[in-house]
Design a protein around this ligand. Structure first.
Ligand code: G16
Length: 545
């Protein structure tokens, strides 16, 4: 069946290629068509690879693995064959600017044209944050998008590289699609390209190459317009201009930098210097672009000075995560989600429609559950991975969702959106007159507090880590009723999820141990690491108000 689909979308490889028997029509839009451009895809040989199984979010590997001849190309070819484009299809391409992302963007454009896409929309310089890519897929009604990023993993020749694939509607590919991609990577021995197309990533504008169009866009414009439909920019502008009000945003030398400069300093009137580390670097300046206190020493220091900043925030490599800080406080992601849910009606994006439902991933603290229960909206618990929110967002069951891994987002796109969450907090502060600490304290006072901590055990031997989880799963029955200190085990289970919209199942997504009094331990293996296995242990305990 895959092979048939492939022949349906890819122009005939013999004869004149695209000009013969192809349903992709040459465009007559008056653009300059380079004379004599060959319109025939070229076939290159390489592959298959047996280690291209996508993890929690796309395929992540050491950069040197991705730079092997044919490695990137086989993964891209597998994507194009597992989810073939329809007639006149558009593909969005961009990445977080890490080492190899630029070359990879050129490769993706050429391969997309060879595989039947009529139009490729690419961020200038190959740059697009993950939320901006999702926004573009939606606004351009694209078939999908290739996001060249390993997100929060370090970059550079000795760091990591990654490819995420998002489908129509802008969300990460569903497990059924990533399974099909993986299967194809193990079979493919060739890929298609249009190496004759001179892809220039720097010149904004449209260029037609015979039958296909390359459109280089400013990476920020569409996303920034979308933000203005979500929030009260005048109120935020007024907050930022209050005498003495100071904020800092740390873009960690990564993709969020250009967006943050445009948003805070040019659009919202914050002084220059509000954005720290705002220029994307190929190796992120040697740091781990993760919103984690270890990499944010300078930012955290601004919240602890004698005259601390009023508001601080950070993002990650591809701009989809967020960390919120105030004087003397780092807001736990579970609390942040709960606070935003409790105040949703104060934001233009939700005003008049309220929240019908919210979702959180399994290990995320249950702070938002308490808000849902009291305020009367639905709550969904999903496995880790933004892809599990897509069907809930598409069906209108939820309009807000978040994860403990510093991800927060809504139905405005189908990805988490770091700067969107920052704007939400600023809008909230502007309209309530409260600071970060005040909002957090008031929330704990009303709903109680979920203490939360995550412990990561990195670089473990994969076999040993897998055996540990297997042993744990085998002993769940025996755990029930056990007492440890003040806690006794109420429930111990391996989390299995059934999507309420399409009925798809995801088995064994982590072990969850519910304790009495109200506490929980969750254990799972990370799906984003590239070095052995990472065991994540999540601990939470509730303190009533
Ligand atoms: C990705 C996913 C998130 C997930 C996170 C952590 O984020 O999009 O849904 O929560 O990985 O996954 P794990 O615990 O398996 O490492 P990102 O920002 O890395 O794309």
């Amino acid at each position: 069946a895959r092979s048939r689909q492939w022949h349906f979308v890819v122009p005939s490889l013999d004869g004149d290629g695209l000009t013969k028997g192809s349903r992709v029509q040459a465009l007559d839009l008056g653009w300059k068509v380079p004379h004599g451009t060959p319109m025939k895809p070229q076939i290159r040989h390489g592959g298959p690879f047996d280690d291209q199984k996508p993890g929690t979010s796309g395929l992540r590997k050491p950069t040197r693995t991705f730079c092997q001849p044919g490695y990137l190309e086989i993964f891209l070819q597998a994507i194009f064959e597992a989810d073939p484009p329809g007639p006149a299809a558009t593909l969005v391409v961009g990445g977080d600017g890490r080492h190899f992302a630029r070359e990879a963007a050129v490769t993706a454009c050429r391969m997309a044209f060879a595989n039947g896409f009529q139009r490729v929309v690419v961020g200038q310089g190959g740059l697009l944050s993950t939320p901006a890519a999702s926004a573009l897929i939606r606004s351009r009604e694209a078939h999908g998008g290739i996001i060249l990023s390993a997100s929060h993993n370090p970059g550079g020749p000795e760091g990591d590289f990654g490819v995420k694939y998002n489908t129509r509607g802008g969300g990460p590919a569903a497990p059924a699609v990533t399974d099909a991609i993986y299967q194809r990577t193990r079979e493919l021995e060739r890929w298609l390209t249009r190496d004759d197309i001179p892809v220039d990533l720097d010149a904004v504008g449209r260029t037609a190459f015979g039958d296909v169009v390359l459109q280089v866009v400013d990476p920020v414009t569409d996303w920034l317009e979308l933000m203005q439909t979500q929030f009260d920019f005048d109120a935020i502008r007024e907050l930022l201009s209050r005498p003495g009000f100071r904020m800092r945003f740390d873009a960690m030398n990564a993709a969020a930098g250009p967006y943050a400069h445009a948003l805070f300093e040019r659009c919202l009137g914050a002084p220059e210097g509000t954005v720290m580390r705002g220029v994307p670097l190929e190796d992120f300046g040697g740091i781990h672009p993760d919103p984690h206190p270890d990499g944010l020493v300078d930012l955290i220091a601004t919240t602890r000075e004698t005259q601390p900043v009023d508001f601080a925030a950070a993002s990650d490599g591809d701009g989809d995560r967020n960390m919120i800080l105030g004087p003397g406080v780092v807001v736990s992601p579970g609390d942040s989600l709960a606070i935003l849910a409790a105040h949703a009606d104060k934001i233009p994006a939700f005003r008049g429609r309220g929240l019908r439902g919210v979702a959180r991933s399994l290990p995320t603290s249950r702070a938002v559950d308490r808000v849902a229960r009291r305020e009367g909206f639905d709550l969904y618990e999903t496995p880790t991975g933004w892809k599990f929110f897509t069907s809930l967002l598409d069906s209108g069951r939820i309009s807000l969702c978040g994860e403990e891994s510093f991800g927060t987002g809504s139905d405005h796109i189908r990805e988490k959106d770091g700067l969107w969450a920052v704007l939400f907090w600023l809008n909230l502060m502007a309209v309530t007159g409260q600071g970060v600490r005040g909002l957090v304290d008031a929330h704990w006072g009303r709903y109680g507090r979920d203490l939360f901590q995550r412990q990561d055990y990195e670089g473990l031997d994969l076999e040993i880590a897998t055996a540990l989880m297997d042993r744990l799963k085998a002993s769940l029955e025996a755990l029930r009723g056990i007492t440890a200190g003040p806690f006794s085990v109420l429930k111990a289970e391996s989390f299995c999820y059934t999507d309420p919209v399409d009925g798809s199942r995801a088995l064994d997504q982590g072990v969850s141990i519910t304790l009495d009094p109200d506490a929980r331990i969750t254990l799972r293996l990370s799906g984003t690491g590239t070095d052995g296995a990472t065991l994540r242990v999540y601990l939470e305990s509730f303190i009533p108000s």
